[in-house]
Design a protein around this ligand. Structure first.
Ligand SMILES: Cc1ncc(COP(=O)(O)O)c(C=O)c1O
Length: 346
């Protein structure tokens, strides 16, 4: 490890910061916090809000619920705009909620809901939240930014949070966050308690090319490589690859006779949620894939436990990986008692 208060670290953090701004498409400040993505979500809340502030939480799944819970834990007055899991938030319902309560100060939203495989139309929602109502917009982009389009400045996102283990191709342990002028303005009066995640401290230290606390250096090394790799490939090309892979995965799953959870108009290009067919034990299916095919898929979370399984396809993933997953599924499904309708007919 290097001295995190020395010249080598200065070089590293300055390169990381410059590269992350290019990939976030932002002129806002960006910081590397030693935490997982949830730490950056907490930082977004505690640096901009005060106990009692009204917050609209656009909740499309487990991670949206988490954002709401963080705000509640710090005393915000949270109004949940909960959408049926598998559906995206309708911009019009956000407009209606903001119109109904002018006292709402901030909107928290998950861009890409990893628990359901749905991508919210953040561009349209931002036009309402920022363009029509001028509220703070705090975005959980943990499983989206870098992998699918989220131009931070164009979409006027005041705070955007992500984590090193997602599309950035690094190990877990670093959260990244962008902070815009309106968020800094809000931080001056925000009264929620904060210490470790005080972004003003992060800003002051970054001016000296340091972090306030000892950073997860080894993760930053990995992230440095990931960001450089993405810039070399080009952000547009990364997005194109993700779109191809998402499509390949969805079409492949359907061709096996399975159904998607997500409304396909809003299906995510970083994760695909698949319904566990009736009569099949989802846990057994995921277990068979892991032990017999060396393919690791995720189950459902919260109310979706046992009802879906999820295929993650962001970061260092190629078409051949998806084909391998589909082939493993094709072999494993009959072992857990599933015969696709097409095969039953023949
Ligand atoms: C959309 C979303 N938000 C938040 C999180 C939480 O991030 P972490 O587990 O890095 O704290 C995740 C993790 O998968 C996520 O996918």
């Amino acid at each position: 490890m290097i001295n995190h208060r020395g010249p080598e670290f200065k070089e590293l953090i300055e390169r990381l910061t410059a590269n992350l701004k290019k990939l976030f498409l932002t002129k806002n400040d960006v910081f590397f916090l030693t935490a997982s993505g949830t730490g950056a979500m907490e930082a977004a809340v505690v640096n901009t809000l005060s106990p009692g502030d009204k917050v609209l939480s656009v909740t499309t799944g487990v991670f949206g619920q988490r954002f709401a819970n963080i705000a509640k834990a710090y005393g915000a007055n949270v109004q949940d705009l909960t959408v049926e899991y598998g559906q995206a938030a309708e911009p019009e319902t956000v407009r209606r909620a903001l119109r109904a309560d002018p006292a709402i100060r901030a909107v928290v939203i998950t861009h890409n809901e990893t628990s359901t495989g749905v991508t919210n139309d953040l561009a349209a929602i931002s036009r309402i939240v920022k363009g029509e109502f001028d509220k703070l917009l705090l975005v959980d982009a943990v499983s989206s930014i870098g992998s699918i389009p989220l131009p931070v400045d164009e979409w006027q996102c005041d705070i955007v949070a992500t984590g090193s283990q997602k599309g950035w191709m690094a190990p877990p342990g670093i959260a990244m966050i962008s902070v815009g002028p309106k968020a800094w303005e809000a931080s001056k009066t925000a009264k929620m308690p904060r210490f470790y995640f005080d972004l003003t401290a992060a800003k002051n230290y970054l001016e000296r090319a340091q972090t306030p606390w000892t950073p997860a250096l080894s993760v930053l090394y990995g992230l440095d490589v990931g960001l450089q790799k993405m810039l070399k490939v080009g952000l547009d090309n990364v997005h194109r690859k993700q779109a191809r892979i998402g499509q390949l995965c969805r079409e492949g799953v359907k061709s096996l006779g399975l159904s998607l959870l997500a409304d396909e108009r809003h299906a995510s290009n970083t994760v695909t949620a698949v319904k566990v067919p009736a009569g099949v034990d989802g846990g057994k299916l995921v277990g068979t894939l892991r032990t017999e095919h060396n393919v690791v898929l995720a189950g459902g979370q919260g109310p979706l436990t046992g009802k879906i399984f999820r295929i993650g396809h962001l970061g260092w993933v190629e078409e051949s990986d998806i084909q391998a997953v589909l082939e493993a599924l094709r072999q494993a499904l009959p072992k857990v008692g599933f015969t696709p309708a097409a095969a039953r007919r023949s």
